[in-house]
Design a protein around this ligand. Sequence first.
Ligand SMILES: CC(C)(COP(=O)(O)OP(=O)(O)OC[C@H]1O[C@@H](n2cnc3c(N)ncnc32)[C@H](O)[C@@H]1OP(=O)(O)O)[C@@H](O)C(=O)NCCC(=O)NCCS
Length: 167
Amino acid sequence: MDTSKFIIREIQPGDKESLQEGLAQMTNESRRLRFFYSRKNFTEKELKFLTEVDQHNHIAFVCISNENSPAGSIRCVRNFDRPEFAELAVTIVDKYQGQGLGYRLLDTLADAAIKENITHLYGDFHTSNTNMLKLLEKYCLRHNITMDSLSLNHTSDGFLYFEMPLR
Ligand SMILES: CC(C)(COP(=O)(O)OP(=O)(O)OC[C@H]1O[C@@H](n2cnc3c(N)ncnc32)[C@H](O)[C@@H]1OP(=O)(O)O)[C@@H](O)C(=O)NCCC(=O)NCCS
């Protein structure tokens, strides 16, 4: 697939329907990996939170195919106790996974986060989520970040917690 045919842009309030549509197109397994349960839709309140962002404390991008179909989204939300850290969440709709879009989104988000003085992205994902691990490793490799600084730790409930420096 030619990933240049996908547009990546900042999320907008008008993306609510598209986010709902993207969720509907995901498999149960991908929903479970992203949300830790197989959620079927977003509430109005959640859609407002997800799309009406300030791009400073909450930075978010969407990826849209050239047929105007939602392909994925990525966001990070600043931690107010540690303002240089932001929690990462990313989703690529299943039919578009494994073709470089997650990496393009992560690279775009990281550049925007750095401009907002965010130095680290953090989060957790299930130990079975090898695609997420590979995505983070790819970012580190391409940006000369050592795997040690990715700071991966197993949690007691079967998750991997990471803190990734952006440069
Ligand atoms: C995790 C996720 C965001 C990765 O996005 P993606 O677009 O599939 O990842 P990319 O295509 O950019 O791949 C990045 C690297 O991961 C690996 N990878 C990711 N998906 C892969 C797949 N389906 N098959 C093989 N390798 C894969 C590759 O090593 C790849 O590097 P390469 O391009 O140099 O080979 C995506 O799979 C997803 O949305 N999963 C469900 C939701 C989720 O788990 N979110 C993360 C928790 S917040």
